[in-house]
Design a protein around this ligand. Structure first.
Ligand code: HDE
Length: 726
């Protein structure tokens, strides 16, 4: 029965609010078979003996509704269960056909639709956003040549070198099998047991314990393909590439640990909300995609430093190549400008797979990547209930055709027509395959057919025979190449490239995590085997806080030249777009200043919210009303990037306001005070500093305020901030 045949008019579907509720004809609910359900039947089940009798099994409306509800959930992802997604587009900067035949990179300004899903790794679907963890950064490009998935992380290195270790790593990382504790955290025995027994994990653990493990938002993260991939051009020339996403405008910024802990309690959806709200507000997250390009004869790249005998093996996913050594070639930019319409249909059902590639892009022999090529499709078969998940709208290619003889299976949507479900065939083609002589014979008798479109997909020949002497080349081995054995020079490089605050944060992170580990031998091993070989002073500082002694390492570790590109300080925001400021108001606050701050905010794509000790309407100095967006308790200062305090005759008295300002100071945030600061600063025991901007009018500090926001934090305040109780 069609929708129109019931009433002669197309009815809106339930929940499809295209016109204001008042003007809309009420939508008629139906069963899943399209049969209308009168309103009277929608809220009471069918009972015998008037309204007091038993509910009847024959009530098909009730049974259908409960059955569907009972099956609303699908298994969550085994890793990366918690995530948030967005639609957008990728725009190529130029013609990159010298590198790749991928058409979406063949013209300047060519746009390709994308869907991105950001995620945490460890926690379950309902865990908190701001936990310390690596973040997933997976992008589906709906190109004209089919879908290409770039399934990356916000760290350029991974914890293991071979796919065969992945289930062990994930089991150790996830919650205790007895009680599923903890969710969303690596601060527990089994994670540190595994990584301290696996030296190859050291580098990725350093990334997770660094500020990258607690990003400020998804729009403030870099993304990395991690593995080495290949680009192949029309002439068949293949090069190795490493993919990089860079948030050029918003910068790479992180939370402070104290903030991350508090935010997790106050708003577990912090990152998800920020992505959603910024897109709704038009402050679209943007990322530049670029590649480091390596000639294929360069299997190992010399690292720079006093010991230049160190070689970086391009097949080792625990190593990065600093961008100072091999610069990034920018390819284009991605803009995320549309929120999903339905979380389940899009963000939950999207199925990424590293094997989804298009012509011009190919894999390398990285043993971790090779395992991933299998694992992603395999997992979707359980998670999405069969092999037809590519037909779910969010996964469907947007190019003209999907054309093959794969058939049937659970949840098949396409109604395949015709008798030919095999190839070669002469009932519709293709004819030409293994039997050319038969083709010729048939072509005189069979009807003319147009063969289905076949997209050529080149595969680069493998040149990676590695270090093996010729006589063993053909042996099958279970072994790692020799170049994979150096596990410490790169985490040392990473740590030594940090600014002082970043080093301090890393030390605190290791101390926090290891103080949660209950078995003393695991703590000792982590300090001796992971920290000490990387940096003895760091190991000693952490050990001192854990009350243990370090055993110095015996083997020497090469020291490489520090690289600024590894410090977040090299990626400060260019614009304050997407930042959030709190304007603290109370009775008597100066209305004109509140307005000035709001105008400034909307001009700069900043969200400005008015906050009061209570969520009530206050009376301004000119008797106008100031409506508050929230109370300072409901949205504490750690939910904001900066605070503005307009002039007011009455002093700051409420304890909630005092805590708000003190926490903003402690978390190194810019504070704008638009009157004599004595009452705010001295009364709260806060010293003046370069991040406290004082002026009689907002216009006098607006430029300095933008600069302060683009520094992300008032870094020079850190030593004083540590002394503040808040
Ligand atoms: Fe994944 N990974 N992974 N992974 N991964 C999954 O696929 C796997 C690895 C990454 O938003 C799963 O659909 C193996 C590296 C992201 O939907 C699963 C190995 C990197 C996402 C899987 C790795 C990633 C996943 C779980 C080692 C960074 C979320 C559900 C060989 C380059 C994608 C799913 C999304 C998800 C397997 C290692 C990134 C089980 C076997 C390295 C961003 O298939």
């Amino acid at each position: 029965m069609s929708e129109s045949s019931l009433s002669g008019q197309k009815r809106p579907r339930c929940g499809e609010n295209t016109v204001p509720a008042t003007a809309m004809a009420p939508p008629m609910t139906t069963t899943n078979q399209g049969c209308p359900i009168p309103f009277s039947d929608a809220s009471d089940s069918l009972k015998g003996e008037h309204s007091r009798g038993p509910v009847l099994l024959q009530d098909q409306i009730l049974r259908e509704k409960l059955t569907h509800f009972d099956h609303e959930r699908i298994p969550e992802r085994v890793v990366h269960a918690r995530g948030a997604g967005a639609h957008g587009y990728f725009e190529s900067y130029a013609d990159h056909s010298d590198l790749t035949s991928a058409q979406f990179l063949s013209q300047p300004r060519l746009r390709t639709p994308v869907f991105v899903r950001f995620s945490t790794v460890q926690g379950s679907r309902g865990s908190s956003d701001t936990v310390r963890d690596i973040r997933g950064f997976a992008t589906k490009f709906y190109t004209t040549q089919g879908n290409w998935d770039l399934v990356g992380n916000n760290a350029p290195v991974f914890f293991i070198q071979d796919a065969i270790k992945f289930p062990d790593f994930v089991h150790a990382l996830k919650g205790n099998p007895q009680n599923d504790i903890p969710t969303g955290s690596s601060a527990h025995d089994s994670f540190w047991d595994f990584v301290s027994l696996s030296p190859e994990s050291t580098h990725a653990v350093f990334w997770a314990m660094s500020d990258r493990g607690i990003p400020k938002s998804f729009a403030h993260m870099q993304g990395f393909g991690v593995h080495t991939f290949r680009f192949i051009n029309q002439a068949g020339v293949s090069v190795f590439v490493k993919f990089h996403w860079t948030p050029v405008q918003t910068g790479v910024c992180s939370l402070l640990w104290d903030e991350a802990l508090k935010v997790a309690g106050a708003d577990p959806d912090f990152h998800r909300r920020s992505l959603f709200e910024n897109i709704e507000a038009g402050a679209y997250p943007e990322f530049e995609l670029g590649v480091q390009v390596f000639n294929e004869d360069l299997i190992r790249v010399p690292a720079s430093g006093p010991d230049d005998s160190v070689l970086i093996d391009l097949l080792d996913p625990t190593k990065l190549v600093p961008t100072e050594l091999v610069p990034i070639r920018p390819l284009g930019k991605m803009v995320l400008d549309k929120n999903p319409d339905n979380f389940f249909a899009e963000t939950e059902q999207v199925a990424f797979c590293t094997a989804h590639r298009i012509p011009g892009i190919d894999f390398s022999n990285d043993p971790l990547l090779q395992g991933r090529l299998f694992s992603y499709t395999d997992t979707q078969i359980t998670r999405l209930g069969g092999p037809n998940f590519h037909e779910i709208p969010i996964n469907r290619p947007k190019c003209a055709t999907v054309n093959n003889f794969q058939r049937d299976g659970f949840h098949r949507q396409v109604v395949d027509k015709g008798q030919a479900n095999y190839e070669p065939n002469s009932l519709g083609g293709p004819l030409k395959h293994e039997a050319p002589q038969l083709d010729e014979q048939m072509s005189t008798t069979a009807p003319a057919v147009t063969p289905p479109m076949v997209t050529p997909m080149e595969t680069a020949p493998s040149v990676l025979t590695g270090e093996m002497p010729a006589f063993v080349k053909n042996l099958l081995v279970r072994a790692k190449p020799r170049g994979f054995q150096d596990h410490y020079s790169q985490p040392r490089l990473f740590y030594q490239s940090f600014s002082i605050p970043e080093k301090k944060h890393l030390e605190s992170a290791f101390t926090f995590e290891l103080s949660k580990v209950t078995r003393p031998w695991i703590v000792q091993r982590a300090v001796d085997k992971m920290l000490a070989p990387v940096d003895l002073a760091l190991a000693e500082a952490v050990a001192a806080q854990l009350g243990i002694k370090v055993t110095p390492p015996t083997a020497a570790v090469p020291t490489l030249t520090p690289q600024a590109s590894l410090s977040q300080m090299s990626y400060l925001p260019k614009r304050p777009v997407g930042r959030k400021i709190g304007i603290l108001v109370r009775d008597g606050s100066r209305a004109s200043q509140v307005k000035d701050i709001q105008t400034f905010a909307s001009k700069n794509q900043i969200t400005a919210l008015t906050l009061g000790p209570k969520r009530i309407t206050y009376t301004a100095d000119d008797d106008s009303e100031i409506v508050t967006d929230a109370s300072e308790e409901a949205l504490p200062s750690f939910m904001f990037d900066a605070v503005c305090i307009p002039a007011c005759q009455s002093p700051v008295q409420d304890s909630v306001t005092r805590i708000f300002i003190k926490q903003a100071f402690k978390h190194l945030k810019p504070i704008v005070i638009l009157q004599d600061p004595t009452e705010t600063l001295q009364a709260l025991g806060l010293p003046a500093d370069e991040g406290i901007l004082i002026a009689p009018e907002f216009s006098a500090v607006s430029d300095a305020f933008i600069k302060a926001l683009c520094q992300h934090r008032v870094w020079s305040r850190q030593p004083k901030a540590e002394e503040i109780d808040a």
